[in-house]
Design a protein around this ligand. Structure first.
Ligand SMILES: *Cc1c(COP(=O)(O)O)cnc(C)c1O
Length: 392
């Protein structure tokens, strides 16, 4: 047997994540591996923590990078804040709320579901009714930016409701962090998790997590041990905590941490608000082009995520064939629909480093080439250019 090196093709990633990784971040990955308890590594981790606090807009002491992807950040929040027998109110308006339910039930707690149609924002009135009907609930969990549909929900208002009914809020910010406004302290978010491969444009595999003092107090007040040894924050804090002795817990993915550090330096240099603004501007240009072609957005304008654009597939168009031609002929990846939207929509991501004017133009030109007379031709690029020039 003779297998040679794996040389991946160079793609443009405009799906639901991972997004394009900037060469600076890839270069950071290839720097020399050092020990995960090396004083220089520990210093780097301190910087990482303060840059994560900036990205989350928080002063939370418990702000860490969990050594596993976004799903592990989700699980970290649920397994630490809930015990068997507890109740959580879980909002679902797409795929990821369903995963939250799984997390709650697998640890022996009860999930009270508040469901909204896929593509819609979370209905605050329904959430308030559920909170009223379930005074025993300990947690209110919801997804800020639903990547499966492209809908955003009002995290500030939902956290306010959680506080009013004495619940801890768990917020999924995997797709929102770095891409749209998110203010952990101002909005009173108790526990939040994210991912590296969406709007931070870093390599996949790490999950930023932050919790405030109220959440930490709830973990300390647990009657039973956290059933996951790896994700037990009491143990993880021994590694990450202030003045912690940096006791060995697990070997941090050293080089992946360098890449997250680099991604956060880039975010800091651009400025968080500028990054939000860039995501918005490129979304508006893509939208102008897609609408000129005659494609329709799934989500109402008020709740549309700039970093994830869901559009309905025109009648008579073969979803899988279009996506595979984009990949094979243009090295361009866009996302398929999930769940109830499978086969009905495309999800076009403009996340992190993928959110660039040249990608907007490439995507529109490639779609036009592949869709031909199934859409209005010859108008999309001009519409996008016009929008981009307004912004410049
Ligand atoms: C991508 C995503 C996740 C899961 O992150 P992984 O890194 O794939 O584990 C969770 N929630 C949302 C909203 C996501 O978009």
């Amino acid at each position: 047997m003779s297998i040679s090196s794996f040389l991946p093709p160079v793609r443009t990633l405009m799906g639901p994540g991972p997004s394009d990784v900037h060469p600076r971040i890839l270069e950071a990955l290839s720097r020399p591996t050092i020990g995960h308890l090396d004083p220089r590594f520990v210093e780097m981790m301190e910087e990482l923590k303060s840059m994560l606090q900036y990205a989350f807009q928080t002063t939370n002491e418990l702000t860490i990078a969990v050594s596993a992807p976004g799903s592990a950040g989700m699980e970290t929040c649920f397994v630490n804040l809930l015990e068997a027998g507890d109740t959580a109110i879980v909002c679902q308006n797409g795929v990821f709320g369903g995963r939250m339910k799984e997390n709650v039930e697998r640890l022996g707690a009860t999930a009270v579901m508040v469901e909204d149609e896929w593509g819609k924002t979370i209905d605050l009135n329904k959430v308030e009714s559920a909170l009223k009907a379930h005074p025993e609930a300990k947690v209110l969990a919801f997804v800020h930016a639903e990547t499966s549909t492209g809908a955003s929900s009002d995290a500030r208002a939902l956290c306010k409701l959680a506080r009013k009914y004495d619940c801890l809020s768990i917020v999924d910010a995997v797709t929102s962090l770095g891409g749209t406004e998110l203010r952990v302290d101002d909005w009173g978010i108790d526990a939040i998790y994210s991912g590296t491969q969406k709007c931070l444009s870093c390599t996949p595999g790490i999950s930023p997590v932050s919790m405030n003092d109220k959440a930490v107090a709830a973990i300390k007040a647990r009657k039973t041990p956290v059933q996951s040894w790896f994700l037990d924050l009491n143990l993880v804090m021994g590694y990450w905590g202030k003045n912690a002795k940096r006791a060995y817990h697990h070997t941090a993915p050293v080089n992946a941490m360098y890449s997250l550090h680099e991604a956060l330096v880039m975010l800091q240099d651009e400025g968080l608000e500028n990054s939000w603004q860039r995501h918005k501007a490129n979304h508006l240009a893509l939208r102008a082009g897609l609408e000129a072609m005659g494609l329709e957005f799934v989500v109402a304008e008020d709740h549309r995520l700039p970093q994830l654009n869901s559009v309905t597939i025109p009648d008579g168009v073969d979803d899988a064939e279009v996506r595979s031609r984009l990949l094979n002929e243009f090295n361009l990846e866009i996302g398929a629909g999930l769940g109830t939207l499978a086969g009905k929509v495309w999800r076009i991501g403009l996340m992190g480093h993928s959110s660039r004017a040249e990608n907007v133009i490439l995507c529109l030109a490639a779609l036009e080439a592949v869709l031909g007379d199934k859409v209005n031709t010859g108008v999309a690029l001009a519409a996008a250019q016009k929008q981009l020039s307004v912004e410049r």
